[in-house]
Write a protein that binds this ligand. Sequence first.
Ligand SMILES: *Cc1c(COP(=O)(O)O)cnc(C)c1O
Length: 234
Amino acid sequence: MWISRNLALVRERIESAARHAARNPSDITLMAVSKTFSVQSIRGAYEAGQRVFGENRVQEFAGKAPAVRALAGAEFHLIGHLQSNKSARATELFDSVDSVDSLRLAERLDDGALRLGKVLPVLIEINVGGEEQKSGLASASSELEQLFQAAPRLTNIHFRGLMTVPPYSDDPEQSRPYFRMLRELRDNMAKRHLPCVELGVLSMGMSHDYEVAIGEGSTCVRIGTAIFGQRDYQ
Ligand SMILES: *Cc1c(COP(=O)(O)O)cnc(C)c1O
């Protein structure tokens, strides 16, 4: 099946990019971004051994969730912008929210997770390119600082790292400085040993630039098109 062939190819390229960067391939998680694709596509990838999936809309995934919940060991991450009023639903549906972009959202997720009696892993999304149309916190913003300071009281969410989507370019090398910025931000934050903030995860790299991202320290690449093919819509 073509999904398993695509997956095998992506895994090979992840391994060779890791080796090239003198890194251990097992330190890099492959997330299959299944947004806009069917439950059958998710199952196909699962049967080929894929376990971590990314979806960008609460509503869309709510429709798929009943059919994929039973896939043992599969995890589903939200990687798209989340409106605060959908945070309770997101907390129920997802195993991780990788796109936390405000203190208010973090508080809502914490509240939702408390109600469900769970601890929700989260990543903080950083808008490395400072693009107006993109979500994510600015890397030097006071809100990012407030978010880190709030971590000890947000006991039902678990900060695990940072995520970014750099400005798009056809040339993957154009993404490199942005990936580097995210890594340096992570390293600087980690040095401060902020309480209740873990910053191991660097989620960066998509179909067109994941090899560059691995070279810059990515620990999670989010791949849609290279696994499932072209999307009809975003
Ligand atoms: C769609 C999407 C991806 C995957 O993009 P591809 O170019 O298809 O690999 C990764 N990250 C986010 C946040 C996305 O929305």
